[in-house]
Design a protein around this ligand. Structure first.
Ligand code: NAD
Ligand code: DAU
Length: 356
């Protein structure tokens, strides 16, 4: 029996990680801790919410007292930490929120983990099994030119308040390993896409706008390059790394799948035309070039050969197939999309979980 704390489990990637662990490991207790910010939505987990090995707790990782109490109440064997402010554009409007959750929140979890691990490690005949897994991003490495890829040894060079806050949290995780001996592991992943993706990010926002015949905002000239990975492949990688990585290690996760934003949007328009029975080229008329994002990184590309060679993980889906699957999911989950865009899901779910 293992008890795993997953933070940010009501968000996009977190909900896929929670679902995978709850279904794959019926003998684990999965505790999902989430503040339910605008990005957290318990509707993402409706299919597993009544499973006996799943518990949801509403709470804020910035509240250190609450985190310490939580660790005093539960005997966790591991933390998989995904809770974060995750949208670059929001970090440009409100950097402090990103410092609070991404940096202070992570340090609160590290402190509670360290205290808990010290106590049980020193007091019990059989030392407990404990691991802190920090889910991070390729954005900490900054930007690439036309060639090259990020490896695990690429120097950190963040440019946005979001990536600066994630870089800072990565440094704290390494410091707690090097200074206190905490069993930590970090992964840095490229752009994810798939079901339950919050429609402020490029792919789900574009699907929503195409569906509703609204303009598709493409920043600058659409020449920036991102390396896209199907979210369920990311969740599988987290499972493999959580269970098999050596302490203090880092793994890059990515799909070797680079697209300029404009080419991606054109492909998406083509898929949407087919699915919506529109004439080919109709959705592409919605493409609208808008003011560029400040400090916009030009290109990300992940070299995930360490993960592939050492732990045997490989992505399962080709991008065209994954994108088509994603479009189909959004088109057949109208209610989810409409509730999220109208904010209605908040009213229903917030009432069920009273804040401490
Ligand atoms: P998301 O914004 O969809 O979800 C974040 C979740 O964290 C939400 O459920 C939110 O309610 C919760 N949360 C936010 N602040 C909190 C707080 N103070 N206390 C408790 N919970 C809080 O994010 P996502 O896209 O699923 O990303 C999850 C993690 O993966 C993040 O750490 C992000 O940096 C990292 N990541 C994301 C991507 C990507 O493409 N989306 C790629 C690589 C890494
Ligand atoms: O690389 C991993 C990162 O990917 C994660 O760490 C972040 O949490 C996640 O949000 C994502 O960051 P990006 O900034 O790359 O994702 P976003 O979907 O916001 O933008 C993708 C690209 O599309 C980027 O070059 C900006 C551009 N864009 C975005 C939006 C929202 C547009 O052209 N128009 C848009 O409306």
């Amino acid at each position: 029996m293992k008890k795993i704390l997953i933070t940010g489990g009501a968000g996009f990637i977190g909900s896929h990680v929670v679902r995978l662990f709850v279904n794959k490991y019926p003998d684990y207790q999965i505790v999902n801790l989430d503040k339910l910010t605008y990005a957290g939505n318990l509707a993402n987990l409706k299919d597993i919410e009544n499973k006996p090995n799943y518990t949801f707790i509403k709470g804020d990782i910035v509240d250190g007292g609450f985190i310490n109490e939580l660790f005093a109440q539960h005997k966790f064997n591991g933390v998989i930490h995904l809770a974060a402010e995750s949208h670059v554009d929001r970090s440009i409007s409100n950097p402090l929120e990103f410092v609070m959750t991404n940096v202070i929140g992570t340090v609160n979890l590290l402190n509670a983990s360290k205290a808990y691990w010290f106590q049980h490690h020193n007091n019990e005949k059989t030392p407990i099994d404990f691991r802190f897994y920090h889910v991070s991003t390729d954005e900490v490495y900054g930007t690439l030119g036309e060639t090259g890829m990020f490896t695990e040894t690429t120097a950190y060079d963040p440019h946005s308040p979001y990536s600066a806050s994630k870089a800072s949290s990565d440094h704290f995780v390494r410091a707690y390993h090097d200074t206190f001996g905490l069993n930590t592991v970090i992964s840095n992943c490229s752009n994810n896409y798939g079901s339950y993706h919050f429609p402020e990010k490029l792919i789900p926002l574009s699907i929503y706008n195409i569906k509703n015949s609204k303009p598709i905002p493409v920043y600058g000239k659409g020449e920036n390059i991102r390396d896209w990975l199907f979210v369920e492949d990311h969740a599988r990688a987290i499972d493999v790394i959580f269970h098999n990585a050596k302490t203090g290690t880092t793994y890059n996760i990515g799909g070797h799948n680079e697209w300029t934003n404009i080419d991606l949007i054109r492909l998406l328009c083509k898929i949407m035309d087919k699915k919506l029975n529109r004439e080919e080229g109709e959705s592409a008329k919605l493409i609208t070039f808008v003011k560029d994002r400040a400090g916009h990184d030009l290109r990300y590309a992940i070299d995930s050969s360490k993960l592939q060679n050492e732990l045997g993980w490989t992505p399962s889906l080709q991008f065209e197939e994954g994108l088509e699957k994603t479009v189909e999911w959004f088109l057949s989950n109208d209610e989810w999309l409409d509730n999220v865009t109208s904010g209605d899901y908040k009213k229903y779910y917030q009432e069920q979980y009273v804040k401490r």
